[in-house]
Ligand binder design. Structure first.
Ligand SMILES: [Zn+2]
Length: 71
């Protein structure tokens, strides 16, 4: 399975090793959302760059570890 490059969004690693993922808008005109899979914090931004910056900043201060259940 190949994924178009345009759909590739970055993910970041927290200090504890959990992932912070950036998700594309879920509907036309929606925002880009980053979500920390370690501590469940999330935020929606209008622009992809802002979401990436937010995800990166969160990853830099979050110490969450990956949850064993993967939820
Ligand atoms: Zn976090």
């Amino acid at each position: 399975m190949t994924t178009p490059a345009t759909n590739t969004l970055p993910s970041f690693l927290t200090l504890g090793g959990a992932h912070v993922v950036v998700q594309p808008p879920r509907y036309e005109g929606g925002g880009f959302r980053w979500e920390c899979l370690g501590c469940d914090e999330s935020l929606t931004h209008t622009y992809k760059k802002h979401a990436c910056d937010g995800a990166n900043a969160h990853a830099g201060r979050c110490r969450s570890m990956p949850r064993p259940d993967g939820a």
